[in-house]
Every structure is written in structure tokens, then in C-alpha cells.
Design a protein around this ligand. Structure first.
Ligand SMILES: [Zn+2]
Length: 141
């Protein structure tokens, strides 16, 4: 796979906000955008899942554009697109693979499938291939 992306490094505070969001939106999929530099996340932008579905998500295009512009203005990179899997494992679905429109960013999935045992995974999806990345949770941002 060309253009290998760095692993994901995420401050605990931000990860907790994402998990909280996933739980709030349950049983629907929640989604959002993560920005930072070379895989180090510094900003989390929660987004609206306009599909209102428990098996797929789609971010509102105008909200997405606004966040992309803000990321650019701040000199950050689109590090990852986040979404939750309320009922399935933390692994990309076929739809996730088919709709991986940003091969230069990772896909972060949080699974709420097992109660009390949160699973998460970060993946690079390019040309239909899935590569699992490491998620490093750091105390400070
Ligand atoms: Zn998915």
C-alpha cells in the first residue's frame, strides 16, 4: 500500500469525549472528524449522522465542509474520520470500505457491541484494502 499513514495518537480527554458521544447517540451510529498533525489528534468535531441509522452513517455535507475549512485554516490535517458501530465489531464494514473517500486519513471505529468492553480500531483503507493501525492513548494533549 502506498502512502502509509502514521499510527493514531489521541489524548485521553478527547477519546473520552468521543466515547461519550458514541454512547449518547446509541443505538444510532455516531460520527465525527478528527484533526491534528502527523497522526497526533488535537481536535474532535462531532458531526450529525443524517442517515439516523444504527448500521451506517453519513455526515451532513455542509457541516463537513465547514469543518474541513476550519482544519485548513488552523493549519491542521484531516487525521481520521470517526464513527461508532452500535451492534458490530470495531472493524470496517463493506460499506465503510466502499465509501472510504479519504485515503489520506484513517478511519476510527468504536464498537459498543459488547457491554462494558469497549472495542476500538483505526484503519487505513485505500484501493479497497484495509490496514490496521495502532492507537496510542496519551495522558496530555
Ligand atoms: Zn462502519
Amino acid at each position: 500500500m502506498k502512502n502509509l499513514l502514521p499510527d493514531l495518537e489521541i489524548p485521553k480527554v478527547l477519546l473520552n469525549r468521543i466515547i461519550e458521544r458514541a454512547r449518547q447517540e446509541y443505538p444510532l451510529e455516531s460520527c465525527g472528524i478528527l484533526a491534528g498533525k502527523t497522526g497526533r489528534i488535537s481536535n474532535f468535531y462531532p458531526m450529525v449522522n443524517v442517515e439516523k441509522s444504527s448500521s451506517c452513517y453519513r455526515m451532513a455535507p455542509e457541516g463537513q465542509l465547514r469543518v474541513f475549512l476550519e482544519i485548513e485554516r488552523k493549519g491542521l490535517e484531516l487525521s481520521a474520520i470517526y464513527h461508532s458501530h452500535p451492534h458490530t465489531a470495531a472493524f470496517p464494514s463493506q460499506r465503510d470500505v466502499d465509501q472510504a473517500f479519504y485515503p489520506d486519513s484513517l478511519i476510527l471505529i468504536i464498537s459498543l457491541m459488547e457491554k462494558g468492553a469497549l472495542q476500538m480500531g483505526a484503519f487505513q483503507i485505500a484501493e479497497g484494502r484495509i490496514e490496521k493501525k495502532t492507537i496510542k492513548v496519551v495522558e496530555k494533549d
